[in-house]
Design a protein around this ligand. Structure first.
Ligand code: C2E
Ligand code: MG
Ligand code: MG
Ligand code: MG
Length: 287
């Protein structure tokens, strides 16, 4: 009997594993055609200055809608795109689309710098600088309207080349943010050696700053350290007024999160932007 059950448990797990592999395979197969089928789009989420209340930028986030799979979460398909190498082509599309959008916004009443996310693989062949350069000149966009966000994993593979690229990007006027700070290996040495503008504290820390005194102290220390190094600090994933107030007390520079605005399509972003009130934000209304 026990043997019987053991066997069932085993086949159950291998069945589950098989399903997982199969669905990964199916998703990857669809992902290969996503660009040619025009299945990607970008949504935009604002970043707000905690001190002035102004909209200081928008982060572009990739969305994939497939006819068979429906909307596939970014956390699911981005790692697949990274593993298959597709992220380079997809990343080019994101860059092109975001720069075109920034240009459109510059010429309308919604001039907002746009930040794109870059994966480690996009730094590997050393052409990312030229690609960004081409996108900017192709659209005649001033570099101050574009910035990049990268995670700590970008420093693992080729620290020296990444350092050179970041320096060149900043010299060219493209802002650089370190994303999801605190979740990776968080070595202080790259903060010291890399050329950066902003540090984004991962939302896992933000979600617990009101409940855990330890996490509040930790965020406070990250803010102090960043500011001592001349970096501005962005808190991501702000969902409650309480979190916003704590971040204000701790002297955080910028905030981003569902409390203020969810990521949304460009036209909805513009509508939000037009009705956004600095005074009501500063008076604690959130947005
Ligand atoms: P990220 O760059 O750290 O982006 C923040 C994520 O948190 C986004 O998820 C955003 O929708 C979500 N978020 C924003 N505010 C809140 C909030 O208040 N509460 C909660 N619970 N979540 C919030 P999303 O869009 O699913 O993207 C996930 C990750 O996928 C991104 O994390 C980024 O690492 C990656 N990603 C997205 N677009 C791109 C892209 O174009 N290229 C690359 N290489 N990676 C991308
Ligand atoms: Mg990001
Ligand atoms: Mg992040
Ligand atoms: Mg993330």
């Amino acid at each position: 009997q026990a043997k019987e059950r053991g066997h069932n448990v085993c086949s159950y797990f291998s069945e589950e594993l098989h399903q997982k592999r199969r669905s990964r395979y199916l998703i990857a197969a669809q992902l290969h055609h996503a660009l040619e089928r025009n299945e990607f789009s970008l949504v935009y989420q604002p970043k707000i200055s905690l001190t002035t209340g102004e909209v200081v930028g928008a982060e572009a986030l990739l969305r994939w809608h497939n006819a068979e799979l429906g909307a596939v979460p970014a956390d699911l398909f981005i790692p697949l795109a990274e593993d298959t190498g597709l992220i380079n082509e997809i990343g080019d599309w994101v860059l092109e689309e975001a720069v075109a959008q920034a240009k459109t916004w510059c010429e309308s009443g919604c001039a907002t710098p746009i930040a794109i996310n870059l994966s480690a693989r996009q730094f590997q062949d050393g052409s990312i600088l030229q690609r960004i350069e081409n996108a900017l000149s192709g659209h005649g966009l001033d570099s101050r309207w574009l910035s990049v966000e990268l995670t700590e994993t970008c420093f693992l593979a080729n620290a020296e080349q990444t350092a050179d690229t970041l320096l060149a990007l900043r010299e060219r006027g493209v802002g650089v943010s370190i994303d999801d700070f605190g979740t990776g290996f968080s070595s202080l040495s790259y903060i010291r050696t890399m050329s950066l503008d902003h540090l984004k504290i991962d939302r896992s820390f933000i979600s617990s700053i009101t409940g855990s005194n330890r996490d509040r102290q930790l965020v406070s220390a990250i803010i102090a350290m960043s500011q001592a190094l001349g970096l501005s600090v962005v808190a991501e994933g702000v969902e409650t007024h309480e979190q916003l107030e704590v971040l204000r007390e701790l002297g955080c520079d910028q905030v981003q999160g569902y409390l203020i605005c969810r990521p949304q399509r460009a036209d909805d972003f513009v509508s939000w932007y037009e009705q956004y009130s600095i005074t009501s934000f500063l008076n604690g209304a959130g947005a």
